[in-house]
Design a protein around this ligand. Structure first.
Ligand SMILES: [Fe+2]
Ligand SMILES: [Fe+2]
Length: 325
C-alpha cells in the first residue's frame, strides 16, 4: 500500500520523473512518488533501492501514468543517473526510440538549464554541440515516429524547455524541407538551442508576468535577439545562418518584426524556419497567462500569419509534417 506523505513532507518540492527513462530492474537510488490528481498529495510508490520491474512499468503504462515524482533533494541523483547512462541508453537498440528520446530530452533540459544558469557562453555552445549530435541521430532514424517523440516532450514555459523543443522542431522541419546534410542538421539543432539565449538577461518578473506587458516591458523583451547575437558574435564556432537564427527569429516577412524590421529575403532561411517552429512551440506550451493551445487552434492562428509574417511554404510543410502524427 502506498504511504500518504505526511504534512511536513507535503512542504517538500517534488520534481517529475519521466517513466520512459526508468529501466526495468535497475535501481537509481531514489524514492519514487505518485501524485494524487485532485488534492495534489504525493504518495510513496517505490522505496529507494527497490527497482521497478517489467510488470511495474507495464502497469504504470496501462494506467496512463507517464510521470512519477522524486523529492527535490534527490533529484540530483536522478540527473546523475540520466547523464551517466545516456551513452549506453542511446546505443541500446532494445530500448524503444521514444524511451531513448525521453532520456535524451531529460538530459538536454537539465544541461541547458545548468548551462544557461551559469551564463558562460563558451561552455553553453560546447554543451549544445555535444547534445545536438545525439538529437540529430535520433530524429533522423527511420523508425523515429514524430508523435512518439512529441509525446515525451514537456510543454512548460521555462526558457530551457522552450529552447530544447525549438531545437527538436527545427531539426524536424529542416528534415521535412529536404535538408539531409548531417552537418547542417546539427548546426540547425544547435541554433535552435541557442536562439533565445538573450532571454537570460530579461528579469523573470517580465518573462513570467501573468498579465499584459507594459510598453517598457515589451521594449525589454524585444532586446533579446540582439542581446543573444552580441553574446555569441565574438565566438567563432557558429556559422552566419546559426547567428541569424538568434538575431532574426522574430523578424516578419512584411518588415513588422524586430529587432530591425528586415523584409522578405533579407531574413535568413534558417531564421525563417526557426520563426515557424518558435511560434508553434510558444502557442502549444503553457504560458503564465494562458494554457497551451490545441494543435488545430495553433495552426489556425499561424495560418493567418503565414505570408505576412511567416514563410508560407515552410508553415505548410510544418503543418503537414505535424499533421501526419
Ligand atoms: Fe525569441
Ligand atoms: Fe523562442
Amino acid at each position: 500500500m502506498p504511504l500518504v506523505a505526511d504534512a511536513v513532507e507535503s512542504q517538500i518540492a517534488y520534481i517529475p520523473v519521466s517513466v520512459k527513462t526508468l529501466r526495468p530492474d535497475q535501481s537509481i537510488g531514489i524514492g519514487l512518488y505518485l501524485r494524487e490528481s485532485g488534492a495534489g498529495s504525493y504518495f510513496l510508490y517505490r522505496e529507494k533501492g527497490i527497482p521497478l520491474n517489467h510488470s511495474d512499468l507495464e502497469a504504470l503504462q496501462a494506467r496512463g501514468l507517464s510521470t512519477l515524482y522524486a523529492k527535490g533533494d534527490e533529484f540530483e541523483i536522478y540527473q546523475r543517473y540520466l547523464r551517466g547512462s545516456l551513452d549506453s541508453v542511446m546505443a541500446d537498440e532494445s530500448i524503444p526510440v521514444a524511451n531513448r528520446f525521453s532520456h535524451l530530452n531529460e538530459v538536454v533540459r537539465d544541461i541547458l538549464a545548468d548551462s544557461f544558469r551559469r551564463g558562460e557562453t563558451g561552455g553553453t555552445i560546447t554543451t549544445c554541440h555535444n547534445v545536438a549530435h545525439k538529437t540529430v541521430d535520433l530524429i533522423c532514424r527511420k523508425d523515429a515516429v514524430a508523435s512518439e517523440l512529441l509525446g515525451v516532450m514537456y510543454h512548460d514555459y521555462h526558457t530551457f524547455t522552450h529552447s530544447a523543443n525549438v531545437s527538436y522542431y527545427c531539426t524536424m522541419l529542416a528534415k521535412s524541407l529536404g535538408i539531409s546534410d548531417r552537418k547542417d542538421l546539427h548546426r540547425i539543432a544547435v541554433g535552435g538551442m541557442l536562439h533565445d539565449l538573450g532571454k537570460l538577461e530579461i528579469p523573470d518578473t517580465i518573462l513570467t508576468k501573468p498579465g499584459a506587458l507594459t510598453t517598457a516591458e515589451r521594449t525589454v523583451i524585444k532586446q533579446h535577439p540582439r542581446t543573444g547575437f552580441l553574446k555569441l558574435c565574438r565566438r567563432h564556432e557558429l556559422t552566419r545562418s546559426q547567428m541569424m537564427m538568434v538575431y532574426q527569429h522574430h523578424e516578419r516577412l512584411d518588415g513588422k518584426g524586430y529587432p530591425v524590421g528586415a523584409v522578405g529575403d533579407e531574413i535568413d532561411t534558417w531564421a525563417k524556419m526557426c520563426a515557424v517552429v518558435d511560434v508553434f512551440e510558444a502557442l502549444t506550451s503553457n504560458r503564465p497567462y494562458r494554457r497551451a493551445l490545441e494543435r488545430a487552434e495553433a495552426f489556425g492562428i499561424m495560418g493567418r500569419e503565414a505570408g505576412p509574417a511567416l514563410d508560407k511554404d515552410m508553415f505548410e510543410c510544418w503543418m503537414q509534417a505535424i499533421s501526419t502524427i
